[in-house]
Unconditional design. Structure first.
Length: 241
């Protein structure tokens, strides 16, 4: 069964906009778990414009499902933050400092040696590692030799193709990438721009899909539909109910 991990960055952005603690990030994370999510994802950035480093420590104490911390390991404090909290999973993304949102995967050929070294640091601490990759077979093949446990397929191109009305063409490279990952015995995660419209088709057609991480679309839907109802709708979209 594909797991749903909810990225709560947008909730932290809303809290930070007015100061104080509304919405209460810890209570909301606990409620999201209670509503049926299989995990909580955070992506702290150096400017702490949404998730703060202190949030990570606080969340670690209360999360009862899987905890996934995303980020670029080249950023100051990120490696230290992850090792101090030992989440279920760390997802490595090649974001530039100040980047609005993730927009590409690792070049696993060019950054092979670096990835091998940093992945070993996390795995030696008992943390599952996933790396953000584009749906390119050569990048999947090179990901294997980095030692990563999983890949996370960057799904923006699928979402755009789906919206444009050509879902078969849009999903084709993701199917091939997933098949290669399965062949190489790596787990498969996915995320970015997945929503209630495009998620069912994606989850039904990607073999071996273990987890999707969804934040922006889910929180936007929750404004209209309510948070509890929205978590349940996303769970149904990945066959979880």
């Amino acid at each position: 069964m594909t797991k749903l991990s909810v990225n709560i960055n947008k909730l932290a952005t809303l809290r930070n906009a007015r100061g104080g603690n509304n919405p209460d990030l810890l209570k909301t994370a606990a409620d999201i778990e209670r509503f049926g999510a299989d995990g909580i994802t955070v992506h702290p950035r150096p400017d702490e414009r949404h998730i703060r480093y202190s949030d990570v420590f606080d969340l670690k104490k209360i999360i009862t499902t899987e905890f996934n911390i995303e980020g670029n390991p080249t950023e100051d404090k990120f490696v230290e933050l992850v090792l101090a909290n030992k989440p279920t999973q760390v997802t490595l993304v090649p974001d530039a400092t100040g980047q609005l949102t993730s927009n590409h995967g690792w070049n696993t050929i060019q950054h092979q040696d670096y990835l091998k070294g940093i992945i070993a640091v996390f795995k030696n601490a008992g943390i599952r590692v996933s790396i953000f990759v584009d749906p390119i077979v050569e990048m999947i093949e090179a990901a294997k030799s980095t030692g990563t446990d999983r890949i996370e397929l960057y799904t923006e191109s699928y979402a755009k193709g789906f919206e444009a009305g050509d879902k078969i063409k849009a999903i084709a490279p993701f199917i091939e990438a997933a098949k290669k990952a399965i062949e190489l015995e790596m787990g498969i995660n996915a995320g970015h721009d997945l929503d209630l419209k495009n998620l069912p088709y994606f989850s039904q057609n990607i073999p071996g899909l273990l987890e999707v991480s969804i934040g922006h679309a889910l929180i936007c839907d929750a404004i209209y539909l309510g948070l509890g109802n929205t978590v349940q709708l996303y769970k149904r979209s990945v066959g979880g109910l």
